[in-house]
Design a binder for this molecule. Structure first.
Ligand code: ZN
Length: 416
């Protein structure tokens, strides 16, 4: 038995796996186009299967085409500790989003094999089907079925732009497994991912200990005034919908700033009618996106936002209406799993910070049914969903090392 603290992943082999599989769907600009269940996806799936089998795993898939590579545990009847992410990409995707989480799992199994180390729990690497939502919407479709968020009927009936249903595409590439998606046991789930944001890079930190995913609320705001001649209507006699909206948009920014640094407020779309330079605008619609890691704080932000909108409507002499369009509750990852990540990063001497994910990941839905945590590493300028997506080899290696030690810590602590 090797002392666990000495084990590290083979960073060069991990990087080589990332670069080798990047050839499946490689684009001229150095990215990847590997849409879910495409021919290129079938190729990387076959690579995943043969690579994991060479590491001694048994590889299977479930009824949503999710691939499971299983390494036996000493107490093989225990539910597996899972490592996962996705191998599908956006049409102009990069080499790291999702792929790092799967290749990081392979790096962990390789390190365990090389160290001659067994674990109590079986360990499984998962490649989730259609995370990106680029070919079949919505995103995180198969992990969503696994987590009980979507029914399989719903997921398999999603069609791409050519009218091909996900169920048909699964059959075509031979990935309809006998096991019903969601019936797979799970002791815990860990996902390594690039941050897809600029914070770690800006603070020069190597590891993000992900606490969860922030809550999000969307609204449409309609402001109604009165169309009027820009030259003949005195300022005091106007009902200017765009002036009202401008002050309201400023208030959205202020509500977020009052809840800094975690509160976020964005107005991304404005429609102004009638849209003529010499007409006082009579109607404006704009969208509002409010986010915060805590649902109770987000509720307070919404209250303040509504108060401000009502106050400013009166002040500006316009009518105002708010329609909520989407709500996504905050997700809090499992305290024990998060602790396994934090302690591993600390023990390995990496600089770290707590972070909340601003993007969706398979882990969000898996967290509904299994104790879950995520590890973030920096990516260049925070850019992703882009062929220019890039990460430093030492950060990639560091993330996989934290993943390895978090798995070992969870193996010791869970079901103990
Ligand atoms: Zn991803």
């Amino acid at each position: 038995m090797v002392a666990q603290s000495n084990i590290v992943v083979d960073g060069a082999a991990l990087w080589s796996d990332l670069m080798e599989t990047a050839q499946f769907g490689a684009t001229a600009k150095g990215g990847i186009c590997r849409l879910a269940l495409s021919g290129e996806d079938a190729k990387v799936r076959a690579w995943f299967k043969s690579t994991c089998e060479a590491l001694g795993c048994v590889v299977s898939c479930d009824s949503m085409g999710n691939q499971f590579a299983r390494r036996m545990g000493e107490e093989d009847g225990l539910a597996p500790i899972m490592i996962g992410s996705h191998l599908d990409t956006q049409p102009t995707g990069g080499k790291f989003d999702g792929i790092l989480g799967v290749m990081g799992g392979i790096a962990v199994l390789r390190a365990l094999r090389d160290a001659g180390l067994s674990t109590r729990h079986p360990i499984e690497i998962i490649n989730w089907t259609n995370e990106e939502g680029a070919r079949f919407t919505p995103p995180m479709l198969a992990s969503g079925v696994f987590g009980g968020v979507f029914t399989q009927e719903f997921a398999q009936s999603r069609a791409d732009r050519a009218g091909v249903r996900l169920g048909e595409a699964l059959e075509e590439i031979g990935y309809v497994g006998a096991e019903v998606c969601g019936e797979h046991p799970a002791a815990a789930y860990f996902e390594l991912h690039i941050e897809q944001g600029p914070v770690l890079e800006a603070e020069q930190r190597t590891i993000g200990v992900v606490q969860g995913v922030q809550g999000m609320r969307w609204y449409n705001v309609t402001v109604k005034g009165q169309d009027a001649h820009a030259g003949t209507t005195p300022m005091t006699m106007r009902s200017d919908a765009l002036w009202g909206a401008a002050r309201m948009i400023d208030a959205v920014h202020q509500v977020a700033m009052d809840h800094a640094p975690d509160g976020l407020g964005t107005v991304g779309i404005i429609d102004c009618l009638p849209g003529s330079s010499n007409v006082v605008p009579g109607e404006v619609q704009f969208t509002v996106d409010l986010r915060h890691p805590s649902d109770s704080v987000l509720e307070k932000m919404e209250e303040k936002f509504r108060q401000c909108m009502n106050y400013l409507a009166t002040q500006c002499g316009v009518e105002m209406d708010i329609t909520p369009t989407w709500v996504s509750a905050a997700v809090h990852f499992d305290p024990l799993c998060v602790e396994c990540v934090r302690e591993s990063a600390q023990a390995l001497g990496y600089s770290l910070r707590d972070i909340v994910s601003g993007a969706g990941h398979d882990a969000v839905y898996v967290a509904q049914v299994a104790p879950t945590a995520m590890i973030f590493v920096p990516c260049w300028k925070g850019i992703s969903h882009n062929e220019a997506e890039s990460a430093e080899p030492e950060h990639v290696t560091a993330g996989a090392n934290v993943l390895l030690h978090a798995i070992l810590a969870a193996d010791a602590r869970l079901d103990a």
